[in-house]
Design a protein around this ligand. Sequence first.
Ligand SMILES: [Zn+2]
Length: 253
Amino acid sequence: MNCERVRKLLYPTPAKCEVTVEHAEAMAHLRSCEACRKTIDARADWSRELQAGFPTEKAPDRLRLKIGAIVAASRPALLSSRVVQAMAAAAVVLAVLAGWLVSRATSQAFFRAICEDHAKYLSGESQLASGDPRQLESWFRDKTDFGVRVPLLGTSELLGARLCFLKEHKAALVFYRKDNRPVSLFQLNARDVRLSGLERSVIDGAPLWRMSYRGFALAAFEQRGVLNVLVSDLRESELLQLASTARIESAGY
Ligand SMILES: [Zn+2]
């Protein structure tokens, strides 16, 4: 048995090594081989030095208890509670997103219906034909739950007005004509309508909402709780100009 084999068999020391059938032969070698004895003695010294030089550090009792308590408390619940929290957060995000999509779709459907109503009343079938804003306003007074304001729109001709229903909401409808094109101004309670289906612009420092639908341009603005919606087949830029005028005129009261 050579030295290398003996040192391997007696690793780390004869007292601590694994005892095999070769153990007796290795011990016999060790008794007769000074080199192996020195090597194994050195190992034992090294082992003792290691243990003396690096005693096991213990954390303060208070800290160990605290960490132990945290681990014990969180071990069964930590993962699942994180998953539940993530799922709850995802559900909230999805609900908000779905709500927003539904709201936007509902809003778009509402404003399309307004365009269709404009098309339906293209001939301007007024219940009251008048070019006098005050007369039209007083006619609406006991017919709506909001104050109807009839603005004059620059060179546009004021033709008259009627009541209409938009998705069960009562609205005032005022007819104008500009450059021989019909223009409708719908007014309704702003709390009944979401604007999320429209595109928001800022004109003259105030927000204005707009959309295009089947060749019609639509522009909307809110004033004192009343939603004003202008619809026409005029160019969008012309309609936005009219809406801007309407807003300034309405604010002048
Ligand atoms: Zn040897």
